[in-house]
Design a protein around this ligand. Structure first.
Ligand code: ATP
Ligand code: RIB
Length: 303
């Protein structure tokens, strides 16, 4: 089954530090690297590394970062028929600071991602209607996300929406048309206006979305694991205990693995357990896509 990921491509410019600088302060980084990122690209690459048949719909920059991003898709066996180069526009860039506690702060420059218009979704209609799953996030214009949801509905292709980064502008009515809604705790709190600092709070907030018509709400909860809620089901999958060094892109690795597994098994608890293991291994390694294991590596390490 083919998976379409419609979303962002960034170049991640990452510095590691013992302490995040205060305003006006200069500090020396303990490490640095640039790597391919962006929530859409990360999810596509995680699924692709695990062996899924993935097509990417994205806009890349007319610059060296854009070229590097295209090479990266090809290296990871991702179909690039709908990877567009935005003429005269820079690639998306994420400036990332990771502190000693493995937490990150991210500043996004959208660049070419802002050029991914609803027309691109129309152009890709023939390919999208052959897919078994459409995967979306919120680093591209909202009208494009809505066009992709409508396209999925038109052709009965299930849609998974990861509402990241959090946006209060997201229409919950549109989100409810999706088959899977996968926020983290912060995104869930911002969207529902409810506290999500306890399991009970998360369940209550997710329940409001189910009450509004969402079929499957899966909340990722960092080191607390993940929660699945539907009209009839409730499941918490605990996180695997690991020493985290860099959690950047953990949510993307979870989703990439989830969609790869679900597209083969159609089994949500099974896909969540697998995704939980995959994401836990990603946080033990530095980087985003660099921390994602291939199928061979994952099969050797998973329990
Ligand atoms: P990001 O925005 O950095 O991509 P996120 O906030 O979207 O991450 P999280 O909820 O932090 O996503 O993490 C996704 C999944 O990764 C979790 O559900 C869990 O399975 C795994 N995970 C994250 N952090 C840890 C950790 N410290 N230890 C073990 N597993 C973790
Ligand atoms: O989710 C992690 C991603 O968020 C990074 O790769 C960065 O590009 C930002 O989009």
């Amino acid at each position: 089954m083919k998976i379409a990921v419609i979303g962002s491509t960034n170049m991640d410019v990452v510095s590691y530090t013992d302490k995040i600088p205060e305003a006006g302060e200069t500090r020396e980084a303990t490490g640095f690297h640039t790597a391919c990122g962006g929530k859409g690209a990360n999810q596509a690459v995680a699924a692709g590394k695990l062996g899924a048949d993935v097509m990417m719909v994205t806009a890349i920059g007319d610059d060296l970062f854009g070229e590097k991003s295209m090479d990266n898709f090809l290296e990871n066996n991702i179909n690039t028929d709908y990877v567009w180069t935005a003429t005269g526009v820079a690639n998306g860039v994420a400036t990332i600071l990771v502190d000693e506690s493995s937490q990150n702060r991210i500043l996004i420059h959208k660049g070419a991602n802002a050029c991914l218009t609803p027309e691109v979704i129309e152009d890709a209609e023939d390919a999208l209607k052959e897919c078994g799953l459409i995967v979306l996030q919120l680093e591209v214009p909202l009208e494009t996300v809505y066009a992709a949801i409508d396209m999925g509905k038109k052709h009965n292709v299930p849609v998974l929406l990861n509402p990241a980064p959090a946006s209060k502008e997201l229409s919950i009515e549109k989100a409810c048309l999706c088959d899977f809604f996968v926020p983290n705790e912060t995104e869930l709190s911002i969207l529902t206006g409810m506290p999500t600092n306890t399991l009970e709070g998360i369940k209550a907030a997710a329940q409001t979305l189910v009450d509004k018509g969402l079929k499957n709400v899966i909340v990722t909860m960092g080191s607390k694991g993940s929660m699945w809620l539907t009209k009839d089901d409730y499941l918490v999958v605990p996180a695997v205990k690991v020493d985290a060094v860099d959690t950047t892109g953990a949510g993307d690795s979870f989703i990439g693995c989830f969609v790869e597994n679900y597209s083969r098994t159609q089994n949500i608890p099974e896909a969540m357990k697998e995704a939980s293991q995959y994401a836990s291994l990603s946080v033990t390694r530095k980087g985003t896509q660099d921390s994602y294991l291939t199928r061979e590596e994952f099969d050797k390490l998973k329990k």
